[in-house]
Ligand binder design. Sequence first.
Ligand SMILES: Nc1nc2c(ncn2[C@@H]2O[C@H](COP(=O)(O)OP(=O)(O)O)[C@@H](O)[C@H]2O)c(=O)[nH]1
Ligand SMILES: [Mg+2]
Length: 321
Amino acid sequence: MSEIAERLLAGEQRALSRLITLLERGDPAAAEAMKVVDGHTGRAYTVGITGPPGAGKSTIVDQLTQLVRETGSTVGIIAVDPTSPFSGGAILGDRIRMQRHYLDSGVFIRSVATRGQSGGLPRIVKSMVRALDASGIDLILVETVGVGQTELGIISVADTVLVALNPESGDTIQTLKAGVMEIADLYLVNKADRDGANQMATAITGMLHMAINSPKWSPPVLLTTAHTGQGIDELWNKIEEHRKFLTTSGELNERRGRQRRREFLEAVEEVLAQRLRDRVENDPSLNAILEKIAAKETDPYSAALEFLDSSLFSANWLNPE
Ligand SMILES: Nc1nc2c(ncn2[C@@H]2O[C@H](COP(=O)(O)OP(=O)(O)O)[C@@H](O)[C@H]2O)c(=O)[nH]1
Ligand SMILES: [Mg+2]
C-alpha cells in the first residue's frame, strides 16, 4: 500500500501537504496514493463558494471557518485562483484575509493557481478535496473566482454551492443568466452595509421564481456583511439546513454519484483528446487534409467529420503509443 496514503489516513497533516505537492507535480506516486485515498472519502462535507472577484468570498470563508472552529470541527480551505497579471495579488490578499487561521492546526489552507489551464475546475481540486476528506477534515470550503467555466465547475465538487454577489455588481443579472442559477443552492448578497442590498436580494428572488429549479429546495437569498460577521450565523444555519435536506432526500448520494460519473467521462475525454492530438499533429498522412483546410478548400468542421469517417482515421489511434 502507498506509504503516503497510509500516513494520510493515520491523520498526519504533513502527509496531506506532501500528497498535494505530489499531485501538483503530477507525480505517479500521487496517482497510486489516490487509489487508496478514494475508498476512505465521503465523511467530510464540501461547501463551494463562487462569485465575482472582490465579492467578499475570502472574507466569508474566513468567518465561516471561525464559526465552525468554535464547534471544534476541523476545516480545509482550497482557494482556486486564476492567476493573471491582473489578479496576481489575489492569493496574497486571501492570505491576509485568512491570516488568523494560519497558526491553527485545525485549519488546512491551500491555494491552486489555474494559470495556463482552460475552462472548468482544475482536476487537482477534486483530488485535493478527497485527500482532505480522507485525512479526517470535517468541513471543506472551496473558493473559486467567478470567471465563466471555473465558476460553474464548482458544482462538480461541492455538496452545497454558495453564490456571493454585491449590491453594486451591475452584471449580476448577466451572471445569473450565464448558468449560475442552475448551480446555486444559496445566494448571498454580501456588502449588505452598502446601498441597494435589499433591492438586489429582491431582484434575485424574483428571478428564482421564474426559473425552473429543484421543486424540493428553493435557494434562499441571504444578506451578509462579511467583514463584520453580520449574517454569518444565519448563513451557517442555512448550509446545515441544505445539508439535512440533501441527506434526508437521498440527493446527497445522487449528487456525489453524478459528480463521480462526470469526472470519469471528463477523464476519458481528456486522455483520448491528448492521444488523438498527438497522432493528428504528428501523422504525415494528414498533411494533405491539413493543407486543404488551410487553403479554404474545405471548412474545418466538414473536414473533421469526413476525416473521422474515412480510412485515414483509425480507432487504434486511441490506444497509447
Ligand atoms: N463594505 C464591505 N466590504 C467587505 C464586505 N465583505 C468583504 N469586504 C471587503 O471587500 C474586499 C474584498 O474581499 P475578499 O473577501 O477578498 O473578496 P473575494 O475576492 O471575493 O475573495 C476586502 O477589502 C474586504 O474587506 C462587506 O460585507 N462589506
Ligand atoms: Mg478571494
